[in-house]
Design a protein around this ligand. Structure first.
Ligand SMILES: Cc1cc2nc3c(=O)[nH]c(=O)nc-3n(C[C@H](O)[C@H](O)[C@H](O)COP(=O)(O)OP(=O)(O)OC[C@H]3O[C@@H](n4cnc5c(N)ncnc54)[C@H](O)[C@@H]3O)c2cc1C
Ligand SMILES: *[C@@H]1O[C@H](CO)[C@@H](O)[C@H](O)[C@H]1NC(C)=O
Ligand SMILES: *[C@@H]1O[C@H](CO)[C@@H](O)[C@H](O)[C@H]1NC(C)=O
Length: 449
């Protein structure tokens, strides 16, 4: 059966669970289509970024063209992907652009567009227009339960815990969008078996303002995504906006990552909080990594040794953090006859090598807009988002294993990825559409000097 007819008549009352990038992108598109949207976020309005990059990608470009009412640039443009070899020579992989911003710059921009939220990043948000629906963002409220309304009007009922008053209240919605991230409450309710899996390696990361590194190091990294490959581990560096989203040379940040394989046992030690001693699971935030752990890793970097430009940046990191790489891809994205949809990292969590989560969030938001606007059916919506996620999940595994694993094992993942690519081509050809595989990172552009 297609979605219940009542869902798609007139302005809807839509609740989005989770007010990060995917939730905001869905929210903005639906407000622009005239619906009443309430985003419910368990955290605060002002939050600490991970100080890491978010790549825009082709779907984000398409999304922003339609829905971003701010005009200035907010990402740093890299012009090529290159390898820095041990002897410090450079090998160019491909000349192609990658627009990379930071989570906080993106978040505050989307907030400015969604509910005209004023931040130090965007002190003058754009005005809303008359045809917009209402946009409400509530923070410090957590969705703790959800079920179909008992009467035949067919909505969903949500229980919401207010973190200020500790009260639980209920609210109704015609449509619920689960944009509640990798530990999604919505996914755990409908797909309890789909959980984050550790992939066998972690990233040691941190940022340093460009002004704090030598001129030679700055010039190697400033216009490229730079990789250094070693035997089953690798480093990567790229540039992201600085404080308040600044793109000024010198204020921008060099973003360092070093992926190393770590056994489950050694994780216990690495993930212990440096302040209160509890064990983290997926991220040890800046300021919480134990000094001894980080210093030992810096020593490893000197022993390997990493090429000097990488080493220089690593040594200057003041607030290092550690990210445990986890992944999953859910097999289903629509529930309750299309009244509950799963999007973004709640649906599918990629390995970071393809820098694809931001683009996935934009792709999902654009398809949600089409579904709610009745331009595609529920079945088409679900088929597209699942195919897109499977395809790019497989792609991120292939890249990850290529860098961190035995080549034979990596090739098996490669085969699986190519299988998904083949299926994507077949289905797209059958439907008379463009394939969903995105290859923009390999698009060849002129390297303007
Ligand atoms: C604070 C923060 C910083 C980040 N920094 C980076 C970064 O630097 N680089 C990067 O690549 N990615 C970062 N990410 C992840 C990035 O946002 C995602 O990979 C991607 O853009 C898609 O995100 P998402 O919106 O689907 O999920 P997420 O970004 O994980 O957001 C999910 C949101 O849902 C909220 N939530 C969860 N459960 C509930 C509930 N029951 N009720 C209400 N709210 C709930 C969470 O608090 C969170 O805000 C960050 C995420 C967060 C939350
Ligand atoms: C960021 O913006 C705020 C508000 O405009 C300002 O007070 C602060 O000084 C800015 N920070 C930097 C480093 O520019
Ligand atoms: C991780 O890397 C180490 C060497 O750095 C290697 O011995 C180990 O086999 C790798 N793990 C996997 C899963 O490939």
């Amino acid at each position: 059966m297609d979605s219940p007819k009542r869902l798609l008549v007139g302005p809807l009352n839509i609740v989005v669970i989770g007010g990060s990038l995917a939730g905001l992108m869905c929210g903005i598109a639906l407000v622009h289509a005239g619906h009443k949207v309430t985003i419910i976020e368990k955290d605060d309005n002002e939050r600490q970024s991970h100080m890491a990059g978010v790549c825009l990608g082709p779907d984000a470009e398409a999304y922003l063209t339609s829905h971003d009412r701010l005009k200035n640039a907010f990402s740093h443009r890299s012009r090529r992907v290159q390898a820095l070899n041990s002897d410090e020579t450079i090998k160019i992989f491909v000349n192609g652009r990658r627009d990379i911003t930071s989570w906080d710059t993106y978040y505050f921009r989307l907030r400015a567009c969604f509910d005209q939220y004023v931040s130090s990043f965007y002190p003058s948000p754009p005005h809303s227009v008359d045809s917009d629906g209402s946009a409400i963002y509530v923070c410090r409220q957590q969705v703790t339960d959800m079920f179909p309304a008992s009467r035949s009007d067919g909505g969903m009922v949500l229980s919401i815990l207010d973190h200020n008053s500790q009260e639980v209240k209920q609210t109704k919605a015609d449509l619920v969008i689960g944009a509640d991230g990798p530990d999604s409450f919505v996914r755990s309710k409908y797909l309890p078996a789909v959980k984050r899996q550790y992939v066998g390696y972690i990233a040691w990361r941190g940022t340093v303002p460009e002004s704090e590194v030598s001129e030679s190091t700055r010039s190697i990294f400033s216009r490229s995504v730079t990789v250094h490959m070693m035997h089953r581990h690798h480093c990567i560096m790229y540039t992201i906006p600085g404080i308040n989203g600044s793109l000024e040379p010198g204020e921008r940040l060099l973003n360092f990552l070093w992926y190393t394989n770590e056994s489950e046992e050694s994780l216990h030690d690495i993930l212990i909080d440096g302040v209160d001693g509890h064990r983290h699971h997926n991220l040890v935030p800046a300021g919480r990594v134990r000094e001894g752990i980080w210093n030992a890793q810096v020593q490893r970097a000197k022993d390997v040794p990493l090429p000097l430009p990488f080493l220089e940046v690593m040594i200057k990191i003041r607030g290092p953090f550690i990210q445990v790489i986890t992944e999953f891809c859910a097999p289903k994205a629509a529930f309750e006859d299309g009244r509950v949809l799963l999007v973004g990292d709640a649906l599918s969590l990629f390995r970071p090598h393809t820098a694809f989560s931001g683009t996935q969030a934009a792709f999902h938001a654009l398809r949600v807009e089409e579904y709610v606007g009745r331009r595609i059916t529920l079945q088409e919506w679900e088929e597209k988002v699942i195919r897109f996620s499977n395809l790019h999940w497989a792609q991120s595994i292939w890249w990850g294993k290529f860098y961190q694993h035995h080549m034979a094992v990596a090739l098996l993942s490669g085969l699986q990825y190519w299988w998904y690519c083949g299926t994507d081509r077949m289905k797209s050809w059958w439907n008379g559409e463009e394939p969903l595989l995105r290859t923009s990172s390999n698009r060849v552009d002129e390297y303007e000097s």
